[in-house]
Design a protein around this ligand. Structure first.
Ligand SMILES: Cc1cc2nc3c(=O)[nH]c(=O)nc-3n(C[C@H](O)[C@H](O)[C@H](O)COP(=O)(O)OP(=O)(O)OC[C@H]3O[C@@H](n4cnc5c(N)ncnc54)[C@H](O)[C@@H]3O)c2cc1C
Length: 286
């Protein structure tokens, strides 16, 4: 899985499947149920830490089945596998505002909705009109906005066993030049603030004050375990300097949590999803 995650660590999965369409996805889900094979859906792997033991189950990529999009009068319908930065640029190019914040978030639309990805005070849930899902029996449903819940890096999908297939996002016309300028400003700010080595973005959810600040104040910036490093540039990023293992990253996570708890009495909660090992597969971390 090191080849399929932005952090570039993690052992192999038993199966990696790319259903070509929704019928094949249905068949794959039914097969997984029948054979008792655990599975999870992979977006761009930009918020994932797969353990070194790998994943004893099936990883499903929607790259082929859910990559279509359609710009309509008041909304865009886009497949879960559509890359978020591409969608943000397309909004800007067509003169629609509201998605500039997402141009630098390296995930898919499905992963962004699942995580309620956000930046600069905005988040994807604000634009979502409806989401199309498939349940484990292969049944599709349209979920209107009234059935959806979004809060900081959380969506109702984190508590449900469904696959996000597609979403409709609201289109709000704006001034194209202004939107593009706004987007470039945000991209420049990120480029200056964020490290450029492989990472999974912010490791911890931000408590008041910010996880990066607390980690810095605990004296942990620049600390390394094996090939994993708490970025000297941004305390809430753990980067892979070349030969990191998932165990190295998990050690740094554990050290950061212990030190911040000790010094400030604050419990840092991981934002990244940890997959594999111990039969755990839905993103839990102990
Ligand atoms: C350099 C960098 C910067 C980042 N900056 C930000 C930022 O500013 N703001 C922010 O919020 N995040 C940020 N992230 C984190 C990450 O990009 C987001 O969380 C993103 O939304 C994850 O999308 P993904 O497609 O990569 O999902 P993945 O990492 O592949 O998966 C994340 C979770 O979503 C689930 N999932 C994915 N697709 C589906 C689907 N179709 N149906 C059901 N479940 C699904 C997966 O099973 C997994 O549990 C950053 C990451 C990096 C590497």
């Amino acid at each position: 899985m090191s080849r399929h995650t932005s952090l570039q660590v993690g052992g192999p999965a038993d199966y990696l499947v790319f259903p070509r369409d929704l019928e094949e996805l249905q068949a794959v889900l039914l097969l997984a149920q029948e054979k008792g094979i655990p599975f999870f859906v992979l977006g761009h792997g930009s918020n994932l830490l797969v353990r070194d033991e790998g994943y004893r189950g099936m990883v499903i990529s929607l790259a082929s089945a859910c990559s279509r999009y359609d710009f309509m009068e008041d909304r865009v319908k886009a497949g879960a596998a559509v890359p978020l930065p591409w969608l943000a640029r397309e909004f800007a190019r067509r003169g629609y505002k509201g998605l500039e914040f997402a141009a630098g978030i390296p995930g898919t639309l499905g992963g962004a909705i699942f995580m309620n990805a956000g930046a600069f005070g905005s988040y994807i849930g604000e634009l979502v009109i409806e989401v199309v899902t498939m349940d484990l029996q292969g049944c599709c449903r349209i979920r209107p906005h009234t059935e959806l819940n979004f809060s900081y890096r959380w969506s109702n999908f984190q508590d449900e066993d469904v696959i996000i297939l597609e979403a409709a996002l609201a289109l709000q016309p704006g001034n194209r030049e202004e939107i593009e300028r706004n987007m470039e400003d945000m991209l420049n700010e990120r480029a200056a603030r964020h490290p450029h080595q492989p990472s999974a973005g912010s490791v911890f959810r931000n408590p008041p004050g910010g996880a990066g600040y607390l980690i810095e104040q605990a004296g942990l910036k620049g600390m390394a375990v094996g090939g994993a490093l708490i970025s000297p540039q941004h305390g809430n990023f753990i980067v892979n300097t070349g030969n990191a293992t998932a165990t190295d990253v998990l050690s740094l996570i554990s050290i950061a949590r212990d030190k911040v708890r000790e010094k400030f009495g604050i419990e840092l909660e991981p934002e990244i999803r940890v997959i594999g090992g111990n039969g755990k597969n839905r993103g839990e971390i102990e």
